[in-house]
Design a protein around this ligand. Structure first.
Ligand code: MLT
Length: 334
């Protein structure tokens, strides 16, 4: 994988030493990629409250918003080395470190919040948690449900793929998402999340995609005018704990982490349902123009599924595996 930073044995040893020195910290540090009012923030607050309660007030967490502890992808490296306790970040920024997680960034795989909950909290989610511990040295203990990523840009309304062709679109450093835009006929610009607002503001890129809740909490409405309500990716944003830090905790604290993560996950799904329409209406009232893709997004969907999925069959466990997942979601196989 292109973006994986291999960890040397020396770094792992340092990690173990750092983790053991942090092992009994009263306050754990949580990196949060997004800002105040975001779905990530809501999950973090709920986790902090539940964790405090479940440890009888012995342990607390401190949230560092807006990427203060580093860009989302960098936080995975830090957590894997035990230099950071927790991180809340978009799943697309985990995939480069644990390729099978890419199933959650496959275009049009999830078509509703129910699909997202079924995948993350069912058998697929369990397997992805194991794989992420093995590949990336972090354990997923909670899931944020942030809603469908919508396309924003500063230039003009986009309904058809034709309208996309003159736009420079920022994407995360995620191969599946890069390939999706290529299937749609453009070469997108991979850019770290921490640089995205400035990139849009300075016109380095014209647009990007992220959920309504993120567009609002990151204040993208200040630098973007048009939204296209595409539904190609339902954004999942896990809470991960450094596996080195997790393993250095006593059993009761490990259990409190897992239980608080579950409470935060349940809260996140409810919070999305309460917030999303309200935030969408606020963005429209504030002057953003929201358009539906032409013809029910058929063209977008066909191109993405036909051109992107086959390329990732091997990485994601084979076509049969994907068909099993589709069947479990009650959908047609491919
Ligand atoms: C991204 O586009 O890199 C992510 O969705 C950012 C985020 O909201 O965490």
């Amino acid at each position: 994988q292109r973006f994986v930073k291999p960890l040397s044995v020396a770094l792992c040893l340092t990690a173990a030493a750092v983790a053991s020195s942090l092992a009994h910290a009263d306050t754990f540090r949580v990196a949060v990629g997004d800002g105040a009012g975001s779905a990530q923030h809501a999950l973090g607050l709920k986790f902090a409250e539940a964790f405090h309660e479940k440890t009888g007030g012995k342990h607390d967490t401190k949230l560092f918003l807006n990427g203060q502890l580093g860009d989302e992808q960098a936080t995975i490296n830090d957590a894997s080395m035990g230099l950071l306790d927790f991180s809340i970040l978009a799943i697309n920024n985990v995939t480069p470190f644990s390729p099978t997680v890419g199933v959650l960034t496959l275009p049009y795989m999830m078509q509703s919040l129910d699909d997202a909950v079924a995948l993350t909290q069912g058998e697929v989610g369990k397997q992805l948690i194991e794989n992420t511990i093995r590949d990336a040295g972090v354990r997923i203990v909670g899931w944020t449900y942030t809603g469908f990523r919508v396309l924003t840009n500063s230039k003009h309304p986009v309904q058809k793929l034709e309208d996309l062709q003159d736009l420079k679109i920022r994407v995360p450093q995620n191969e599946i998402m890069i390939d999706t835009y290529r299937a749609w006929g453009i070469n997108p610009t991979p850019m770290a999340w921490s640089e995205t607002f400035t990139g849009l503001q300075l016109g380095v890129v014209d647009g990007q995609d992220n959920p309504y809740l993120t567009v609002s909490s990151m204040k993208f409405d200040e630098v973007q005018k048009y939204i296209t309500d595409i539904r190609y990716l339902f954004s999942i944003e896990p809470l991960v704990v450094s596996e080195a830090v997790f393993q250095s905790q006593p059993a009761d604290v490990q259990q409190a982490i897992q239980e608080a993560g579950h409470a935060a996950t349940v809260h996140s799904a409810k919070w999305l349902v309460e917030q999303e329409d309200k935030i969408k209406a606020e963005l429209a009232a504030g002057g953003m123009e929201i358009t539906e893709p032409a013809n029910g997004e058929k063209e977008w969907m066909e191109k993405a599924i036909n051109q992107v999925w086959p390329k990732y069959y091997d990485q994601l466990g084979g076509k049969e595996k994907l068909n099993e997942i589709l069947t479990s979601l009650g959908r047609d196989t491919i």
